[in-house]
Design a protein around this ligand. Sequence first.
Ligand code: AMP
Length: 446
Amino acid sequence: MTFNDLNIIPAILKALSKENYTAPTPIQEQAIPAVLAGRDLLGCAQTGTGKTAAFAVPIIQLLSEKQGKPSTQRRIRSLILTPTRELALQISENIQAYSQYTHLRCSAIVGGVSQKAQERALNQGADIIIATPGRLIDLMNQKHVDLQHVQILVLDEADRMLDMGFIHDVKKIITKMPSKRQTLFFSATMPPEISQMVKAILVNPVKVEITPVSSTVDRIQQSIYLVDKVNKQKQLNLLLQDKSIISALVFTRTKHGADRVVKELTKVGISAQAIHGNKSQNARQNALSNFRSGVTRVLVATDIAARGIDIEELSHVINFDLPNIPETYVHRIGRTGRAGMSGIAISFCDIEELPYRKDIEKLIKKTIPEVKDHPYPMVGTAQPLLAEKSTATVVSKPAKSKANPALKPKSEWFKKRNTTNSKSNFNPNGKTNGKTNVKTNSKISH
Ligand code: AMP
């Protein structure tokens, strides 16, 4: 199928061809005709499936076909609500690209930057607004935004808006627009609150489900390293010695953790920047554009900040911390292997994260292959050692001294690698390692 088969107007076809989109993705094939026919839509689709164009293209077409004379005042005829600023800006960029040969205007309304420019854009008039709920409500309260003429509403990543506590704002925004409208609703997961909302606001929707969240994209090569928390940074530094990792998006659980990883990478000469909620919007945009252009090799992000990050040709996603919500793992690794490309997802898992690994594997219905032969094997576990020494006590926190036993295996690993080049005969639970990590008294400490 081609875009021509979807009855798309020449102005948009020209823009899509400029973007080098040759054929519609499955979600585009299904969603575009339904939206053009005026139907409500319920889209269950992962990021990376081309869902932005799936809703943006028909919206642009419907609005430009109904566009009044140039002299008539522009009114907001479509509102797209998204959970994060990055996602809003990304969608706005896409819509600008797809609508460049039409007379439509779109504008992003996001927090974290001065509202003056956004007020100006609203006063000049926009046909399509892409907004995060908080800033939109502020501007609505100040009477800069009138939603009375909205014909098409898009709720993108609705489950994430729920997670982020925006759902009340979203419901409030919906009350300010006409009830007779077309609604397009996207959510990767369907928790009960989202299902209720779907029932309340969609009328006889067309359902489009692409790649359920539990099935990770097959072309992404996944692997996991069992490694103690104290050694994760060293493991990361070591991995990034591999120059074939052109670009890596590294996920940490906390903002502080993201800053720490950046600091440590910078120390060893690896260019890295962080993107998280404590950074100003400008700093986040700057980090993103440096990463996109290859100025920085590593972008370290928290989950929320990473929502909406769209980077073409991202080769690696690295989970420095394993997420406790299994769906988040699927979202994270979906940042690579986009639009038909292959990708690599590497995860670090410490002893406390072992249950998360189990949950993830249950969700994706496959075992993530474990890399066993590496210099920082997890020593905070009981596993084979306990079986050998029945009186052993496992210490889950390796000593912090210079003689940190967790470091010992590294030299051994390199020695082995240099001499025997063997992958299988190194026992990470060897004598040196065992001695320092296993107390021989009889109490088990946790
Ligand atoms: P999305 O799921 O909307 O975030 O899109 C994922 C990526 O696929 C973005 O980089 C889009 O520019 C790209 N993309 C979307 N539709 C197509 C298409 N039909 N052909 C090629 N690339 C596409």
